[in-house]
Design a protein around this ligand. Sequence first.
Ligand code: HEC
Ligand code: HEC
Length: 336
Amino acid sequence: MRLPLLPVLLVPFAAACSKESSAHADPNKPVHGLASIELVVSPDNPLTAAKAALGKQLFFDPRLSGSGKTACATCHLPERAFTDGRATSPKDNGSMNTRNAPSMFNVGYHERLYWDGRALGLEANVKAAWTAQNGAKPDEIAPKLAAVDAYAKAFQAAFGKGPDETTIVQALASFLRDLRDEDSAYDRFAAGDAAALSEQAQQGLALFRGRAGCVVCHTLPLFSDRLFHNVGIGSKAEKPDLGAAAKNALDDAGKTGAFKTPSLRNVAKTAPYFHDGSVATLAEAVQLMASGGIDNPHRDPLLKDKHLDATEVAQLVALLEALTGTTPFTPPTLPQ
Ligand code: HEC
Ligand code: HEC
């Protein structure tokens, strides 16, 4: 009775072998797309096309909010790579956010969500965002969605049951997990199309991986190590944001003022920059990072002034501009 198991056993064995040989390869060698890293999928919410399509509608639907006016897409606009162009923005209840709205592209690759890592997994993040940002009371909103015929049918098809707190959260998380963007000029260059990147951007890539040291934290292929570093942003404020060291976050006392390394994919579309939206342009953001961030007692020792000249900063900017995805996005039609 052992024989039938063999093919099953061989698969992980082969996978282990290929992992071992690639362990010697340079992990920061440019490759096309994100296939070299794994999506983080919650075991009780397997990703399906039906859930993702339903979640796409929910993401754009203001009926999911307390006031009936705020959709997730109010702060995460597709034309801005799912950011909102503001330093910080008001929540559905009128209170102000203290942090900048990040991009939604490729969030499925992060185990820890939010700038300070306080949400473990997309489902936890979405549940928190839905209640806090959109001012939603799940128990009041689920029956409203169930009364919309097309939604009732779509929830049945995707989950075998109607809308409730869990299925709404799982559909939204599935949409975001499926929202990948990995076809930039840089990706085409990495796949072998030498003409896809300008000479200037190619010099930027060499600097990024070399002397400028950016790749140490903005690791390929996501351009983020998904870890938390203090680069000094906001450290001069009267009451600095503790970031990952805050009690409700990672709660890591060693991480005072540390924030998650943002992916730089689509960064040309996501101004203003940093967790507090304090820097208006990409050139200024690059200049600040290349000169070692902002000095403070908790600054990550990996950050140093790299003494780049204006030509080199422009080369880095040209590279980052080539990280803009080209996958077209069509907003959904909402059921009435
Ligand atoms: C009023 C503006 C606003 C609305 C509405 C909003 N968000 Fe956000 N979103 C933010 C801000 C600001 C952050 C960063 C907060 C932080 O890190 O502390 C964020 C962070 C996130 C993140 C974390 C991304 C990462 O890289 O860690 C996800 C995922 C997310 N939002 C999804 C949603 C979903 C789903 C909805 C709708 C249910 C939603 N958001 C509604 C402003 C908003
Ligand atoms: C020590 C790790 C580290 C290094 C090295 C590093 N960064 Fe960053 N970078 C971060 C973190 C963390 C943030 C977010 C900081 C915050 O908002 O508080 C960030 C933010 C950015 C942003 C703003 C992105 C956004 O969406 O707001 C840009 C642009 C950027 N870095 C570019 C670079 C460049 C170019 C280099 C090399 C010159 C570099 N970084 C080196 C960790 C690093």
